[in-house]
Design a protein around this ligand. Structure first.
Ligand SMILES: Cc1cc2nc3c(=O)[nH]c(=O)nc-3n(C[C@H](O)[C@H](O)[C@H](O)COP(=O)(O)OP(=O)(O)OC[C@H]3O[C@@H](n4cnc5c(N)ncnc54)[C@H](O)[C@@H]3O)c2cc1C
Length: 505
């Protein structure tokens, strides 16, 4: 259960009290700070770290504009469970992926989690797992272990392609080239666990090189990754606590506008005007847009004038994937004692990845288990009523446990990330058709006034919390430099992305 602390109460007060109007002139009397004004659009990890970076550079004339009633973005906590048995669970990001090895590079999310005393727990994804198919429990751990090796071969071979300057292809092509041609439901479920469960899309839909880069720079110590550990937040203040506490160390009340939904962004070479759903207009010298790729793709925010062609092509060329955790609570546990469970349906990826939270390492006695779906499965279930999804999930559980009378759950929940106009999906994925130049254009500044940052703009760590962190940091530094120099070109773009070897006419 959520236990209020002094700092939490302060953050709550901060969250509720920061709705006062922002001054729109370039001298903010409340903070007594002068100089160009910056609006940071979106209060997730990227926005908060960009704000902290500006603050650290002595630039205080900024404000975060956030549609929700709190900071944190896709770090989102939900009180799940029947009355009296609620547990605060993470419907969004849940794991610090890659921590630190020795005194090597440290995942900055891990650093902040430790700094703010977050309760986390090592989650054993590969060794603590039970396997099932539609006939019930079946031991195919040998197949599962082979899929771990195939995934390693896939990522190592992709690294080799980079050094040889070879062209990108889909991860499916990559799997085939390393000799991993899975055919059976057991092998396909194991492959899904290694691949789709991370990228939220299939190997066919994903870049071989970019997906491997994300993995290697996060997990592979030999190429500068953090570690291959995953730590799950169990903190009842929410995983978001680490970033809210970090924000509370420097943000002044008048540097945050909560419950403020941006409807349009008018930009020119001299300023930016942001209009809110309330009709109010905020004026600034610079704006940093940290909205998700999905928000940008779906025109939830209107740009005036329309974003240039090179920017629109970049936005529409990356993919916003969806990843959905479906939580169930039962009167008592009847399932596996391992941390993870893998179910091989005849249809690849159908309700495949299970995790027991009623486990001594997580929330013993909670009666909670969850299953994750991704990609097309997520989109499909978002369109269905909860009752139908619940029936399907129970059908799978009943085939995993044919000799047990599986009761109806006492609580059931999943979040529709794809339908949410503040996110339009869970996190970005890099398709094989996306050129590096497209990605540069995703980050690039428009009219020297409109800047972009977020997990999707990270070349090395797109999709991850640490990707959002590093982008907030990098773009925050570049913007601070620009302000200090009284203007700049910003992050440059490529006007037209062209084929290295054009088609012959
Ligand atoms: C289900 C799920 C599971 C995940 N699991 C993990 C994980 O375990 N580990 C990991 O490293 N990463 C995980 N991620 C990814 C991680 O959450 C993101 O990479 C990261 O939180 C993105 O931060 P951001 O600042 O780029 O964007 P966001 O967090 O999306 O911040 C943007 C902010 O903009 C706001 N906004 C949007 N539209 C408007 C508007 N019109 N007006 C005003 N404000 C607006 C949003 O409310 C949001 O707060 C997961 C994500 C999801 C959804």
């Amino acid at each position: 259960m959520y236990v209020p602390t002094l700092r939490n109460s302060l953050l709550g007060v901060l969250a509720l009290s920061l709705v006062s109007a922002l001054p729109v002139n370039d001298t903010d009397p409340a903070t007594n700070s002068k100089g160009p004004r910056v609006l940071i659009l979106g209060g997730g990890v990227a926005g908060i770290i960009a704000a902290r970076t500006l603050y650290g550079q002595g630039i205080h004339n900024f404000a975060i504009v956030e549609a929700r009633g709190e900071l944190g973005g896709r770090l989102m906590t939900y009180a799940f469970g029947a009355p009296g048995r609620e547990v605060s669970l993470e419907v969004g990001a849940n794991w610090v992926q890659g921590t630190q090895t020795g005194d090597g590079p440290e995942n900055p999310i891990w650093k902040l989690a430790k700094k703010h005393g977050l309760k986390t727990q090592y989650n054993d994804w590969d060794e603590s797992i039970s396997t099932y198919d539609s006939t019930g429990p079946v031991d195919y751990l040998d197949v599962f272990k082979a899929s771990v090796d195939h995934y390693t071969a896939l990522t190592v071979a992709a690294g080799g392609r980079v050094t040889q300057n070879l062209v990108d292809t889909t991860a499916r092509t990559g799997y085939s080239l390393v000799g991993a041609k899975e055919r059976t439901p057991h092998a396909l479920a194991s492959e899904y666990y290694q691949f789709d469960w991370e990228y939220a899309q299939t190997p066919e839909e994903s870049s071989w090189i970019a997906s491997s880069w994300g993995n290697n720079f996060t997990y592979d110590v030999d190429v500068g990754g953090f570690s291959d550990d995953n730590y799950m937040s169990l903190d009842q203040r929410g995983f978001k606590y680490f970033i809210q506490a970090e924000a509370a160390e420097f943000l002044q009340p008048d540097q945050v506008r909560l419950n403020a939904t941006v409807k349009s962004i008018a930009y020119s070479s001299t300023d930016v005007k942001v209009t809110l759903a309330s009709g109010e207009t905020l004026v600034a010298d610079y704006a940093l847009c940290t909205f998700s790729l999905g928000v940008l793709q779906n025109d939830d925010v209107v740009f005036e004038p329309a974003l240039p062609d090179w920017k629109q092509e970049a936005i529409q060329s990356m993919t916003m994937a969806t990843y959905t955790k479906i939580f169930l609570q039962f009167p008592k546990k009847f399932w596996f004692d391992t941390e993870m469970g893998l179910y091989a349906d005849k249809q690849r990826g159908r309700y495949a990845v299970w995790q027991s939270l009623d486990h001594e390492n997580f929330f013993p006695g909670s009666g909670i288990i969850f299953v994750t779906v991704t990609g097309d499965f997520s989109q499909r279930i978002e369109a269905l009523p909860d009752s139908q999804v619940q029936d399907e999930v129970l059908g799978v559980l009943r085939s995993m446990y044919p000799h047990i009378t599986v009761p109806d759950p006492i609580a059931f929940h999943f979040t529709r990330w794809g339908a949410d106009p503040l996110f339009r999906g869970s996190y970005s994925n890099w398709p094989a058709s996306l050129f590096s130049e497209h990605h540069e254009n995703l980050r690039a500044t428009v009219e020297q006034r409109l800047w972009f940052a977020g997990e999707a703009t990270s070349q090395k760590y797109f999709g991850f919390l640490h990707g959002a962190y590093f982008e907030g940091l990098d773009v925050g530094h570049a913007l601070a430099e620009c302000i200090r120099n009284d203007g700049c070109v910003g992050l440059e773009h490529v006007k037209e992305v062209v084929n290295a070897r054009p088609y012959k006419l």
